[in-house]
Design a binder for this molecule. Structure first.
Ligand SMILES: Nc1ncnc2c1ncn2[C@@H]1O[C@H](COP(=O)(O)OP(=O)(O)OP(=O)(O)O)[C@@H](O)[C@H]1O
Length: 455
């Protein structure tokens, strides 16, 4: 993704130096100005101010379709500070942008709307219930698709399935994972764990249930308020952490599914990581000191660990050890980088001539990543433990709903009993409703009135 030259870059004397001669090619001039230059081929290159709609339709949407068919998916933006990662991902989208839809929207708002719309459309057609959960935790125009072939299903979540989403939104700040929507006072450490079924996952993160784009938007907007951001010479709103928004989707065929739906997988589970990395930076150019300088050092350290993992993976089977454990970022993205995930890397670059070196480095980085071949599989294994966890969750949800209804009814009854009627209306309650309501009272409660006039 090659963003436009910014006003501040023009003022600094920057001239455009990135060429896009074809839709899949990026060129940089040679450092000495000879005709040779540097040329890189990618799956697709965008050079425009509002690439959102086209880029989403061409490269993100097909991945989301696979995600809804049970394949793990990752989209991550990489590039130097100020190159347009947050803009491209749409990480800082407000509630309004996320839920209404605008031309300049980035990948995250578009993805959320697309996923919920797709699931809702299927629900309308087939009477499917959709449920989402939100889980939150701490810390170009060029891109590369590392995709592996796999059997695709024509329709995802067809008739009579139950679906559930869980979103997590975290930041990794100075190699510390922080829950962006969780309880800031929580003392429980957030750890990266691994399991054969779930791959890498986070322990001790809060889960919040969501059922619509609006609910996810509200959570992500709130999470963004907690994200570490600061101004420096190259970006007024520079992200000081890596942000990872994760959506977990589970689809379960209903027992009463019609015979036509019997050949669809009984169970599908997949996770989608949407990652806005902090940008690589040089203190000489950003002019950072003190705390911001320390942040920059940590950002570069995490990115260098990521570079080492990509480098090792690009060597293929000859490389036995992949240094995932060198940083929390690479541990958390282990599946995305070299495991069971279809991954899209969006390499963001500035066109300004004075950013030549970081741009060249980003293109080299993306070019190496392009040779990585992941092995993906559809996640459709359904174990007895899954069934137990599902039933337990259903039970907890229903108990919570009953408690909520009880307290609402108790409150309403107290208000009714305490109110004095101006025209002599007397409220008569059944005896069992005179005291706080029992669970059985919810279905049997009836209010009756005696006396004249409306209350
Ligand atoms: N495609 C684009 N069209 C117009 N402006 C853009 C585009 N991409 C980025 N910008 C502008 O460039 C500036 C830097 O973008 P952004 O904050 O997304 O960079 P970043 O790579 O996330 O930086 P950092 O790593 O410091 O967080 C912002 O002012 C943003 O509005």
């Amino acid at each position: 993704m090659v963003r436009p030259l910014l006003g501040a870059e023009k003022q600094k004397g920057g001239a455009p130096c990135v060429e896009v001669p074809e839709s899949c090619v990026v060129q940089l001039p040679s450092k000495r100005g000879s005709a040779e230059g540097y040329r890189y081929d990618f799956d697709r290159v965008y050079k425009m101010s509002s690439p959102g709609r086209q880029m989403f339709a061409e490269v993100v949407q097909p991945l989301l379709d696979r995600f809804m068919q049970g394949f793990n998916t990752t989209v991550f933006a990489y590039g130097q500070t100020g190159s347009g990662k947050t803009y491209t991902m749409g990480t800082a989208a407000t509630f309004r942008q996320m839920s209404s839809g605008e031309e300049g929207d980035g990948i995250i708002p578009r993805s959320m709307r697309y996923i919920f719309d797709s699931l809702t459309a299927v629900q309308d057609a087939y009477d499917i219930s959709i449920k989402a959960r939100a889980l939150l935790c701490t810390p170009g125009r060029s891109h590369h698709l590392c995709m592996c072939a796999g059997a695709a299903y024509g329709v995802h979540a067809p008739a009579e399935t139950h679906t559930a989403d869980m979103v997590s939104f975290i930041e990794i700040y100075q190699d510390d994972i922080r829950d962006l929507l969780g309880d800031a006072d929580s003392y429980l450490p957030i750890n990266v764990r691994e399991s054969p079924d779930r791959g890498t996952f986070l322990e001790n993160v809060q889960e919040v249930e969501v059922r619509s784009v609006a609910e996810v938007a509200r959570l992500l907007e709130a999470g963004n308020l907690h994200r570490a951001v600061a101004a420096h010479n190259l970006n007024e709103h520079s992200s000081r952490s890596h942000a990872i928004c994760t959506l977990h989707l589970e689809q379960r065929r209903r027992p009463q599914a019609p015979p036509a739906a019997k050949d669809i997988p009984r169970f599908l589970r997949a996770k989608l990581h949407l990652v806005d990395l902090a940008g690589s930076e040089r203190a000489k150019e950003t002019g950072t000191t003190g705390q911001q300088f320390a942040e920059g050092v940590n950002i570069n350290k995490g990115l260098s660990a990521l570079g080492n993992v990509i480098g090792a993976l690009s060597e293929g089977a000859s490389r036995k050890h992949i240094p995932y454990r060198d940083s929390k970022l690479t541990r958390l993205l282990q599946d995305s980088l070299g495991g069971n995930s279809e991954t899209l890397m969006v390499a963001c670059v500035s066109p300004a001539s004075f950013n030549f070196e970081p741009t060249l480095s980003t293109l080299r980085y993306a070019s190496r990543a392009r040779s990585i071949q992941n092995r993906v599989k559809q996640n459709n294994k359904y174990t007895p433990e899954d069934e137990i966890a599902y039933l337990r969750q259903q039970l907890e949800e229903r108990s919570a709903m009953v408690s909520k209804l009880q307290s609402q009814l108790d409150m309403a009854l107290r208000m009714l009993k305490g109110a004095a009627s101006p025209n002599g209306v007397k409220l008569v309650l059944p005896a069992h409703l005179s005291s706080p309501v029992s669970p059985g009272g919810i279905t049997s409660a009836r209010l009756s009135y005696s006396g004249a006039g409306a209350y």
